[in-house]
Design a protein around this ligand. Structure first.
Ligand code: MHO
Length: 205
């Protein structure tokens, strides 16, 4: 299936509405944005800042916040525990980067997520005494600037032109399930979506 404006809008209109969000700090947020976008059952991704006290942080004036990815997932296809497994495979839980900007933090947003986190830690073979990853409850998530969202799509005109033609503005691309899959695909992740086979740069065909 070719990547066309119609394919994109149809894919997006079929996205599950039975979703919840999960938020993780895993270093520079461009990477986990793409890694989680690849996961079946992940409907949307967005990047932002959390974990600090400064109000309205920005990339330039981050204050005490950390870069985070917010993952919106289909509750029929994925559990918070599934995402935790993925998040722990995306970082070294026994080390923290020096910069607060890049801390590894597993946030929980609900009591149920907190219960799943405790169960996950109990059942995993992680050495709790050496665990450096922070466990926090999410206070507030601040969206990052548009130019950080779906960063791997930046400059990929053969993709972004399709969204423009479909009438998407930057915010709509950020919220697009198709864009999350394409962002993961161009970052090199295995993605299953009907338009992915054909989604290659025309210059490399
Ligand atoms: N400035 C670094 C990290 C960016 S990330 C959004 C880089 O260009 O790789 O913090």
């Amino acid at each position: 299936m070719m990547l066309t404006p119609t394919v994109v809008t149809e894919f997006d209109s079929q996205a599950s509405e039975n979703t919840e969000t999960a938020t993780f700090g895993l270093g520079c947020f461009w990477g986990p944005d793409a890694a989680f976008g690849a996961v079946d059952g992940v409907v949307r991704t967005r990047v932002g800042y959390a974990g600090g006290t400064k109000s309205d942080p920005s990339y330039e004036i981050l204050g005490d916040h950390t870069e985070v990815v917010q993952v919106e997932y289909d509750l029929e296809q994925l559990s918070f525990t599934d995402l935790l497994e993925r998040a722990f495979s995306e970082h070294n839980p026994y080390q923290q980067p020096q910069k607060r900007q890049y801390q590894n933090i597993m946030f929980t947003e609900t009591g149920d997520q907190h219960d799943q986190l405790l169960a996950f830690l109990n059942e995993s073979d992680l050495d709790r005494d050496r665990l450096a990853t922070h466990l926090e409850s999410l206070d507030q998530f601040y969206l990052a600037e548009a130019y950080h969202q779906k960063f791997n799509l930046r400059g990929k005109r053969w993709i972004t032109d399709v969204f423009t033609e479909a009438g998407y503005d930057e915010e709509a691309v950020r919220e697009s399930p198709a864009a999350a899959k394409l962002n993961a695909h161009v970052a090199g992740h295995d993605v299953s979506a009907p338009f992915i086979d054909q989604a290659s740069d025309p210059r490399s065909r």
